[in-house]
Design a protein around this ligand. Sequence first.
Ligand code: PRT
Ligand code: ZN
Length: 283
Amino acid sequence: MKNLKIAIQKSGRLNQKSVELLKNCGLSFENYKSSLKTPVHNFNLEILYLRDDDIPGYVEQGIADLGIVGENIIQETEAEVEYIERLGFGKCSLKIATPISSDISVLSELNGKSIATSYPNILKKFFDSKNISVHIHEISGSVEIAPGLGLSDAICDIVSTGATLKNNGLKPFANVMDSEAILIGNKEIVENPLTLELKQRVCSVLRAKSTKYVVLNVERDNLKKVLELLPGVKSPTVVPLAEDNWVAVHTVIPEDAFWHKINQLKEAGAQGLVVMPIEKIIL
Ligand code: PRT
Ligand code: ZN
């Protein structure tokens, strides 16, 4: 079978998490920062290290079959690629921000104003859909300094903690889109058996990451109450303990319900709770 090629960011915010995800999928490769590509030793796959801006276009053209890149870049480049899986890292938002001193309070007040951004295509679509006409100034970096220099009335840029906006005397004003890293594929390759296998591995890693393995002890009299609190993957395992009338319950629970559930379980009579990370969940 022909080798697939997956493009990931060479360096920057998505590189480390992309490498970590692929390694957690059981792929063995060297993460050479200096090379353009590296073979995977135990899967028919080659890893290409590219600038994130080039990834959607390369995947669209089939130079790479798959890619890991922020949704903001996919939308901005308007490349025609398939979304295979949302990966849950690289989360951020594309926001419009105005100077703290500005009294603009609704979007329509931006009509006729100028906005600096590195995302002209997304921004144009956003304002076109609202019938608002703005002057878009495309700049490639340090967008946040544009209003201070008198270059624009507002900006549209990626925000994660909001610290950069604050440090530059700006406040978030409107959300244009939320973004995260996405596994994308060339249209011709999404049904390829290798793509499907990689997708299955990625999903099992993501599923495991968002759940915890929990073991707890409970008296039989309280078992029903405890089980009602545990949706689990299927049904929890219940095993007798050496001490009469006590059982151990093994199950998995979603990470986001975690602390809430733990306290409820304790109140229902659960004791000796042990919580462990899970490596993979294959359904
Ligand atoms: O060299 P290459 O072109 O590959 O990388 P790059 O410098 O263009 O991108 P990089 O590595 O900065 O970001 C890669 C991807 O990470 C982006 O396309 C987003 O999908 C995602 N991401 C997540 C972010 C951020 N968080 C982020 N905070 N990308 C950029 N930022 C920048 C933002 O531009 C602004 O300057 O961080 C600043 C804001 O951060 P806060 O925390 O102060 O709000
Ligand atoms: Zn870039």
